[in-house]
Write a protein that binds this ligand. Structure first.
Ligand code: ADP
Ligand code: ASP
Ligand code: MG
Length: 411
């Protein structure tokens, strides 16, 4: 007998009919004798609706109150699924994050899980009960409700699987696995049977929202077997492979990720002297704003330089405010910003052993007249910042350049 943690996303529980269908799937696994823990998201659109309600009252509501609000969506679906399971004759019990208990730090709206008490769940499982847990939420050590960031139910699923030592964590969603790129943008995107954990980590961090990045980090850290599958179609989905000495030879590029959520800031004419990068970025960091791609130009003849970096679009206004202050202190010429940019990344562990991947990427984009504004690379990824208007064109062109529609073969 195995223990499975199954997480169902918003679309999968988006209506009563769909919740009934999820209950059928869970019941079928239970009927095979498996112990079942089910993690649910809110109904699709619900979390956005709640955020919108808050914003009708205040632009930047108190994060603690936001968590009290947005965590309600998941409380609805867990109760409904438990009812649907009971109707089918299965014992089931629903729990909020605070009841389980999923202890987090107190970083409201982006809390991190610190510990999970498994005792209550174990007791239920031993008694043959299906445990249904609200995703995306926890509680801090003072009993305040916290949430784990958008897409956080994935992380709840993996964290529960880790703490219960589950056979597998299965992420059920509205696509039948992880694709070479978002199948909603490239029709010919291909589903991968397996993807290495490292690649999945990069894809998630570079914008593929099929899995929340923290969920992938958790799976890697605690060696949780993780699979992405469709709620609506049968199939084996995609296994996130933790097997380090996987025999399969890797293609150069495995996938393409993209992200429309970035904005770019440039501070022009800053003195090109030691310590200046820190004087620009430290105040930005002090405001809890994460900086992504950074480029410093070479020095101009007058000993000044331009410094450009990207941040999340939601942080642009705040970052600009900070930078205007820094510009005054440093006697810089001006601050300019652009929120019509996007980041496109190619990812693949095979890049390690292949030269010329970058030039192939750049010449492909150049061939389509797409100007590259910034570049950043690591061992297994190359990211470029481009004009947002060309994002889909770039993703399609690169998908075809690296022959990602073709069956995965050694190259
Ligand atoms: P859920 O509500 O089930 O958590 P999400 O919307 O968070 O679902 O994630 C699934 C979506 O991720 C898919 O509908 C797809 O558009 C998107 N996606 C982005 N990149 C990829 C990729 N490489 N493979 C599969 N899906 C992807
Ligand atoms: N409901 C939350 C969100 O929409 C968490 C999740 O679905 O994973 O972000
Ligand atoms: Mg999701």
């Amino acid at each position: 007998m195995s223990l499975f943690v199954q997480k169902y996303g918003g679309t999968s529980v988006g209506s009563i009919e769909r919740i009934e269908a999820v209950a059928d799937k869970v019941a079928a696994s239970r009927a095979q004798g498996h112990d079942m823990v089910v993690v649910l998201s809110a109904m699709s659109g619900e979390t956005n609706r709640l955020i919108d309600l808050a914003q009708q009252i205040q632009d930047k509501p108190d994060p603690r109150e936001m968590d009290v609000l947005v965590s309600t969506g998941e409380q609805v679906t867990i109760a409904l699924l438990s009812m649907a399971l009971k109707k089918r004759g299965y014992d089931a019990c629903s729990y909020t994050g605070g009841q389980v208990k999923i202890l987090t730090d107190n970083a409201h709206t982006k809390a991190r899980i610190q510990r999970i008490d498994v005792e209550r769940m174990r007791r239920d499982l031993d008694a043959g009960c299906v445990v249904v847990v609200a995703g995306f939420q926890g509680v801090d050590d003072e009993g305040n409700i916290t949430t784990l960031g958008r897409g956080g139910s994935d992380t709840t699923g993996v964290a529960l699987a880790a703490s219960l030592d589950a056979t597998e964590c299965q992420i059920y969603t509205d696509v039948d696995g992880v694709y070479t790129t978002d199948p909603r943008v490239v029709d010919s995107a291909r589903r991968l049977d397996r993807i290495t954990f490292e690649e999945m980590l990069e894809m998630a961090s570079l914008g593929s929202k099929v899995l929340q990045i923290r969920a992938v980090e958790f799976a890697g850290k605690y060696k949780v077997p993780l699979r992405v599958l469709s709620t609506f179609e049968e199939g084996g989905g995609t296994l996130i492979s933790l097997d380090e000495d996987d025999e399969m030879e890797e293609p150069v590029v495995s996938g393409i990720a993209f992200n429309r959520d970035e904005a770019k800031l440039t501070i022009r004419g800053v003195p090109d002297t030691p310590g200046v990068a820190c004087r620009i970025l430290a105040p930005v960091g002090a405001e809890n704003i994460e900086v992504d791609v950074i480029v410093q130009n070479i020095s101009a003849v007058d000993g000044t330089t331009d410094f450009t970096f990207t941040v999340h679009r939601n942080d642009l206004a705040k970052a600009r405010e900070v930078l205007e202050r820094v510009a005054e202190e440093l006697g810089a010429k001006e601050v300019i910003s652009d929120d019509k940019i996007a980041k496109v990344s190619i990812v693949g562990v095979g890049m390690r052993s292949h030269a010329n991947v970058a030039s192939r990427m750049f010449s492909c984009l150049g061939g389509d007249n797409i100007n590259i504004q910034m570049i950043t690379t690591s061992e297994i990824k190359i990211s470029v910042i481009i004009d947002e208007r060309y994002l889909e064109l770039a993703v399609r062109a690169l998908h075809s350049e690296f022959e990602l529609s073709e069956p995965r073969a050694a190259s």
